[in-house]
Design a protein around this ligand. Structure first.
Ligand code: PLP
Length: 355
């Protein structure tokens, strides 16, 4: 048995894989594969409608917001957010809490002025800056909810005088979120919500139409809203698997239950890292992520043998990002706590052998 701690694409529930595999062979007893049915067929429209309905239900999305399933990953949203929300000659504020945030800033510069209110680059993003002021004349304030590479996470979302735009790629549906606090949320599905190939966008309708810029159809949120995420052929399979994952999440008790489980998984793992003399957590204690737990070894020479032991125990995907080193245990929604216990036991066994 494998214990998948990979950061992305991340683990999805086993039963979702089974249902998805069955649908590839015969979708809902239609005698056709999910991969060959028309996206305009009533069968697929039902899938998309259900996916949208589940997002609305699980996140309690209020009136006045649209839910979209788009393509191009979160990296495309780095550009589409300013393309759609930043008026010509306008300014957008950004919090630079990691490489993904700085890529978002780079893209926004194509469309207007950016003001970086704070950065933690000097410490290789081991913490999230808290001391800053958001300019009241900005079109929006962009934040990254969870910094996948560095294992930091906003514990609370900042108060902002302007609409919040949030990249939630690596912790979407892992905790409760008050959608009304946000102007735009986006997330590449492939960490916590589904397979690669689809991106969730939740946008407040009244933020749109404020730029006179001409926006090509595929990049235009308004066009996508009017087309019901079907301006062109949508990524049917990725949407279907996301829908199944959201259904699984609902059956598990929804976002609240996920948050409780995730908190417990993170708590026991950080407790072991803090207790075990061989390991050291990377992120500032107050900013520790409950999705990506990054840690290094006091003695880097032991990293290879530890990885080897992990491999023997069926623990996969635990190597840290090259810019941080060490290890990163991604403990996404679908990872059972039993896998976390296997990792903890492995850390203990390794420490025992290397006293
Ligand atoms: N934002 C965050 C927080 C991420 O972790 C990632 C990918 O790991 C991205 C954005 C980029 O996502 P995509 O590959 O979907 O463009």
């Amino acid at each position: 048995m494998k214990h998948n701690f990979g950061a992305g694409p991340g683990i999805l529930p086993q039963e979702v894989f089974k249902q998805a595999a069955a649908a590839v062979l015969d979708f809902n007893a239609t005698g056709l594969s999910l991969l060959e049915i028309s996206h305009r067929s009533p069968e697929f429209e039902e899938v998309l409608n259900e996916a949208v309905a589940l997002v609305k239900e699980l996140f309690n999305v209020p009136e006045g917001y649209s839910v979209l399933f788009l393509q191009g990953g979160a990296s495309t949203q780095f550009a589409l957010a300013p393309y759609n929300l930043l008026p010509e000659g306008g300014k957008a504020a950004y919090l630079d809490s990691g490489v993904w945030a700085s890529k978002a800033i780079k893209e926004a510069k194509f469309f207007g002025t950016t003001e970086v209110v704070a950065t933690s680059k000097e410490s290789n993003y081991t913490y999230i800056p808290k001391d800053y002021t958001v300019p009241a004349d900005a079109a929006y304030f962009h934040i990254t909810s969870n910094n996948t590479i560095y294992g930091t996470q906003l514990q609370e979302f900042p108060q902002s005088p302007v609409p919040l735009v949030c990249d939630m790629s690596s912790d979407i549906f892992s905790r409760k979120v008050n959608i009304a606090d946000f102007g735009l949320i986006y997330a590449g599905a492939q960490k916590n919500m589904g397979p690669a190939g689809v991106t969730l966008v939740i946008v407040k309708d009244d933020l749109l139409g404020k730029t006179s810029r001409k926006i090509p159809a595929m990049f235009n949120y308004q066009v996508q809203i009017e087309g019901g995420s079907m301006y062109n052929t949508p990524p049917c399979f990725a949407i279907y698997v996301s829908m199944l994952t959201l259904k699984w999440l609902k059956a598990k008790g929804g976002v609240e239950a996920m948050e409780k489980d995730n908190n417990e998984k993170a708590r026991v793992l950080y407790e072991e890292i803090d207790r075990n003399p061989l390991f050291k957590a990377v992120a500032a204690t107050e900013d520790r992520s409950r999705m990506n737990v990054c840690f290094v070894m006091e003695n880097p020479e032991l990293e290879k043998p530890f990885l080897k032991l992990c491999d023997e125990k069926g623990i996969v995907g635990i190597k840290g990002h090259r810019s941080v080193g060490g290890f990163r245990a991604s403990i996404y929604n679908a990872l059972p706590i039993t896998s976390v216990y296997v990792l903890i036991d492995t850390m203990r066994e390794f420490a025992e052998k290397n006293k």
